[in-house]
Write a protein that binds this ligand. Sequence first.
Ligand code: CTP
Ligand code: MG
Length: 169
Amino acid sequence: MRRITIPELSLVALVGVTGSGKSTFARGHFASTHVLSSDTFRAMVADDENDQSATEDAFAALHFVAGRRLRAGRLTVVDATHVQREDRAKLVALAREYDVLPTAVVFDVPLAELRDRNRNHRDLADHVIRRQHEALRRSIRHLAKEGFRKVHVLSTTDTEVVVEYEKAY
Ligand code: CTP
Ligand code: MG
């Protein structure tokens, strides 16, 4: 069993390629109200969770809500791929603005497994999965430098994960 520790008041970024298990993990480990998902916000602003043209508006709305939650002292988990540094930087900035600790939970899944899952998941073009996977692999070692105070990298062998909370220090 793998235990991971998350500061009681933190902004948690789930980081992983499409199909890596972010939403499954979020459902199993956090209350639904803690989780802000890019899909949900795309649907909210554009009636379609897959509408990529709605991404900018969806994230503007998501970051607004995240800010209000953090201001009220509520744990907030952001379910989006976060494989690009710019996307993560916005969350680190938001966490700093509200003086909470940015935490990254990374889903490090082998490319072959991602390709398999993709067929029954979003069925995206192979190059999309490959590029996201490359971006993720390059990102992992930079996360601490980017400002994430805790970085937990989960692999496919971590089938049983327990999330424990610690008081902010
Ligand atoms: N899945 C799996 N094993 C896991 C986690 C997920 O086989 N340990 C499967 C799920 O059942 C689902 C697919 O992989 O069919 C994608 O999982 P999901 O949690 O939806 O992945 P996300 O990372 O949320 O993908 P996306 O970025 O596309 O939302
Ligand atoms: Mg998801």
